[in-house]
Design a protein around this ligand. Structure first.
Ligand SMILES: [Zn+2]
Length: 445
């Protein structure tokens, strides 16, 4: 029998690559405790068999004959984590490795400066040509034209770069917004992120076209449209907290939160950003000079330069009682959860002092320590909830036979202490096994 040339070329490529597990061979974790994030329990002594990028079997059966076996006694297996609010391109390509090394196997990216570059990363990761999390990506960020003009003036006054403003979109009319949605849909955006709301009729036109095109719209909460109105208009998620802070009684908030739940509007509180947001410009500059934040050694120089620029322009912000806002945000998390709103983990990696990947774990811990969620609720907020929210629950979000093999192996039980999600022994990224040594190599890069 003759072997087609193309197959020979493929075999040769496999021979020279360092792929640890050929596609035909399976990977078997034995005696592992699987965290069932839906059921809220731990399934002890499981054998989890992965072939290709799928979990093909889970239970107590024998290990396949030709499997690579990982003795996972004493370890806990959770689904790969989602970070639902990233700006990965702001942090450079190395951030993709930071996510992978931290067990963040999927991200919902909220836009940055270069859409084409972000799209190239998404597509090359999906094709297996680059190491990184699976990505959902935003079209260029939508702002109000007035905001764009004001920021441009400010940046020019400070002698700071303005080119990035060309990568934001400030729609001037409803017709133009509709054409823009058509073009970003054709260019391959997965969703639309709105930061500052444009004029109301323009925003409504943009949202209704996005709905026709199947692009969800995610937004900050902003003046011009109350949270209840924005939710009713079809915003699928609110990012960060409520601004201005929600006044009124607990009963009033509860009725708003129940409306959000009924409309299917989720929230991504990004509590971890308060570390950098609560600071005045001077205090932020001091923190950067003193490198007094966790994992700052993973921040590239151009990112820390941008954070310094931001520190300098903070004096232009309208004074706010940021601590009061932060307190309100923390209180809201528990109330949102109780009202049935889908709360999800997002870190806003790219914001000052927020380091990609590591911050996802900090956010998990903050949702418990400050937001009052249980460790199980926090874990769901980074696994099943995002998968279901994005309509990907058939493949992702839980550890079960038939699902995509996005897995994190931990040294301790995260249901006992959520901070155990940081104790990562190994990651399986779309079927690719990365042991601790491989993860450390990613971090070293
Ligand atoms: Zn953001």
């Amino acid at each position: 029998m003759r072997i087609p040339t193309i197959l020979l070329a493929f075999l040769a490529a496999c021979g020279t690559s360092k792929a640890p597990v050929p596609a035909t061979e399976s990977l078997a974790f034995t005696r592992v405790a699987v965290v069932d994030v839906e059921g809220g329990r731990v399934l002890p002594e499981q054998t989890v068999v992965v072939r290709g990028n799928r979990i093909v079997r889970m239970g107590s059966g024998p290990v396949p004959a030709r499997a690579r076996v990982v003795d996972a006694r004493g370890k806990y297996m959770i689904p790969g984590l989602w970070d639902m609010h990233t700006h990965v391109e702001l942090n450079g390509a190395a951030a993709l490795l930071l996510y992978a090394a931290n067990g963040v196997t999927s991200i919902r990216d909220m836009g940055a400066h270069d859409f084409a570059r972000t799209r190239a990363w998404r597509d090359s990761i999906a094709a297996g040509l680059r190491t990184g999390p699976r990505m959902k990506i935003a079209a260029p960020i939508v702002e109000s034209p007035e905001w764009l003009r004001a920021v441009r003036r400010m940046q020019e006054r400070e002698g700071q770069p303005t080119a990035w403003l060309d990568q934001r979109y400030g729609p001037a009319s409803a017709e133009e917004a509709v054409r823009w949605v058509d073009s970003v849909a054709a260019l391959g955006a997965d969703h639309v992120k709105v930061r500052n709301y444009p004029a109301l009729e323009v925003l409504r036109a943009l949202m209704s076209r996005a709905r026709e095109r199947g692009l969800p719209v995610y937004a900050h909460i902003h003046r011009g449209l109350s949270p209840a109105e924005a939710s009713a208009a079809g915003m699928r998620s609110f990012e960060h907290g409520f601004f201005p802070a929600l006044g009124g009684s607990a009963a009033g908030r509860d009725s708003l939160f129940r409306q959000l739940a009924a409309n299917g509007t989720a929230i991504v509180p990004t509590l971890v950003t308060w570390r950098g947001r609560e600071l005045t410009g001077d205090a932020l500059m001091f923190a950067l000079d003193a490198a007094s934040g966790p994992n700052l050694r993973y921040v590239p120089p151009e990112v820390s330069r941008r954070w310094r620029d931001e520190a300098k322009t903070r004096r232009y912000e309208t004074p706010q009682d940021w601590s009061a806002l932060a307190r309100a945000d923390r209180r809201n998390v528990r109330e949102l959860q109780d009202a049935g709103v889908v709360v999800m983990v997002g870190s806003d990696g790219g914001a000052p002092l927020v380091v990609p990947g590591f911050a996802t774990h900090e956010e998990l811990a903050l949702l418990v320590a400050e937001g009052g969620l249980t460790p199980l609720q926090a874990l769901r907020a980074a696994t099943v909830r995002p998968a279901a929210f994005l309509g990907m629950a058939d493949s992702l979000g839980v550890v079960r036979a038939g699902k995509v093999a996005d897995l994190v192996l931990l040294d301790a039980n995260p249901l006992e202490d959520i901070r155990n999600t940081r104790r990562i022994a190994a990651v399986v990224l779309n079927g690719r096994y990365l042991d601790r040594a491989a993860l450390d190599r990613l971090l070293a890069q």
